[in-house]
Design a protein around this ligand. Sequence first.
Ligand code: C2E
Ligand code: MG
Ligand code: MG
Ligand code: MG
Length: 281
Amino acid sequence: RSKERGGGVFHAYEPQFHSDAEERRVLELALRKALQNGELHLHYQPVVTADDGSLRGFEALLRWQHPTLGAISPAKFVPIAEETRLIAPIGEWVVRTACQEAARWPAEVTVAVNVSPEQLHSPQFVQVVASALAQSGLPAHRLELEVTESVFLREGTGATKVLERVLDLGVKLSLDDFGTGYSSLGYLSRTRFSSIKVDRSFVQAAARGTPEAIAIIRAVVALANSLGMATTAEGVETEGELGMIQELGCTRIQGFYFGRPLPVDEARSLATRGSGVTRAA
Ligand code: C2E
Ligand code: MG
Ligand code: MG
Ligand code: MG
C-alpha cells in the first residue's frame, strides 16, 4: 500500500478515481506502457559529506509523468510495478540510465539506485548490473545499490545470493530506510553494506528532541562506525535537523536542505560545478 511505502506520506484523495481498486487498475494498465512511451525519467538528489557539505553523489529517483494523469509518485506506482513484475524491465532501465548518466559526471561522484526485493529474485539481475557498468564505462565502485530490510524477510528466495554476486562486481550496497522495517541486526554483519541510511522519521524525531530517536541514531552511528560503514541521514530539511544530525555523527546527509531531486541536466551541472555544494542547489 502506498501509505506504507511512502514513509508516512499521505496521498490526498484524487477525484478522477471512484475507488482505490479503479485507480489501481488504471495505473497498472498505464504503467504497462509507460516505459515504451518514454514517460519514465530519473531525478537525482544530492548526497553530501557531513563534514564539509561537499557533494558525494546523487540518489536516482524514478519519476513518472503520464500525459493525462500527470505526475504519479513512486510511492504509489513502484508497489504496483513490484506486484505485476513490471519492476524487472523498469528496474533494468533505471540501472542502465543511471549508470550512463553517472559516467558523464566527474570521477568519484557516485550514483545510488534503489532496488526492489523482486528484482533480486532473478539471477538475471547480476548480468543487468554487469552490462550496465560495461556499456556505460562507469567504474563499479561509483554505483551504490539501495535495498531495504524487506530483502531479508524472505530467505530462501535467493535474493541474498544475488546480492553477493552483485557485490563481487565491486558495486556498493546501502541499507535504505533503516529503522522502519524488520530491523534485525543479524544481516548487518552477514552482508557487506557500505552504508546505512537512517530513515527520515528518525531524523525528524531526533530533531524534535525525542530521546528514543536520539538514542537509536547514536547507537546506529556507533555500530556503523565500528563495522566500517557510513551513515546517511535521510530527509534533512531544516537547520535544526542538520545540527542534530551533525551532533549525532552521521557521515553523509541527504535532504531538501541541501537539495531536492533534480532533473538530469541540473544534476550534471551541479556535479560539474564541483565540490561546493550548497543548500541553494
Ligand atoms: P527512498 O529510496 O527512501 O528515497 C528517498 C525519498 O525521500 C524520495 O522520495 C525523496 O524525494 C524523499 N526525500 C529526500 N529528501 C527529503 C526531504 O528532505 N524531505 C522529504 N519530505 N522527502 C525527502 P520519492 O522520490 O518520492 O521516492 C519514494 C520512494 O520510492 C523511494 O524512497 C524508493 O523507495 C522508491 N523509489 C524511487 N525510485 C525508485 C526506483 O528507481 N526503483 C525502486 N525500486 N524504488 C524507487
Ligand atoms: Mg533510496
Ligand atoms: Mg530511503
Ligand atoms: Mg526513506
